[in-house]
Design a protein around this ligand. Structure first.
Ligand code: ZN
Length: 200
């Protein structure tokens, strides 16, 4: 298993992207932790060397994300305490490469604030409005350790901020300001209001 992954990793390195099928599989490598699980609240550590082990983790996270039909997943959601995110807004397009962000940092925000309905693989079925900056500049390392910068707006800006919150142990429900809708949404799906750490 390790050898075949190493081979795959080398071919990925040559192409500059991870080779992952977007087809949802039945038994993904990782289960996704849910609201109420304390691992989601632990801040993640920076990754030192971006090596095959990190690429294997990113690949397994992508497979787990595709299995759950999500567009973003952060390492703490699978119980791994590292600053690694995967994002793919083009689930239906096999040729569009997913994004892997290692040690991401938001260097500036702009475009004012906007409201958008968010959901989370750790809080399945709950969709609520959250206010965040519209545009973000992000610096990060990619799956091959290359330093990158990007300016993101729209859904991508939203997704990056949501996933980066996970690295700080923050969940989108912590940012929901409509208390009534929050309680209603959580109750409907069997989650507890007491597991939300509302940000004042
Ligand atoms: Zn989430």
């Amino acid at each position: 298993m390790a050898n075949s992954f190493a081979k795959l990793a080398r071919s990925a390195e040559l192409s500059g992207r991870l080779q992952v099928s977007k087809e949802p599989i039945e038994n993904p490598p990782y289960d996704i932790h849910k609201l109420g699980d304390e691992v989601l609240r632990k801040p993640a550590r920076r990754i030192g060397k971006v090596d095959d082990a990190v690429r294997k983790l990113a690949t397994d996270m992508l497979v787990s994300m595709y299995a759950a039909k999500g567009i973003g997943l952060a390492a703490p959601q699978i119980g791994v305490n590292q600053q690694l995110l995967v994002i793919d807004l083009e689930l239906e397009d096999p040729s569009s490469p997913p994004l892997v962000l290692i040690n991401p940092e938001i260097t500036s925000v702009g475009g004012g604030l906007c409201t958008y309905e968010e959901g989370c693989l750790s809080i399945p079925g709950v969709y609520l409005d959250v206010v965040r900056p519209s545009v973000v500049d992000v610096s990060y390392r990619d799956a091959f350790g290359r330093p990158k910068r990007m300016k993101a707006d729209g859904l991508m800006a939203r997704c990056i901020q949501h996933e980066m919150d996970h690295l700080n142990g923050v969940l989108f429900v912590d940012r929901v300001t409509d208390e009534e809708k929050l309680v209603e949404g959580l109750n409907e799906k069997g989650f507890n209001r007491s597991d939300v750490h509302t940000i004042a």
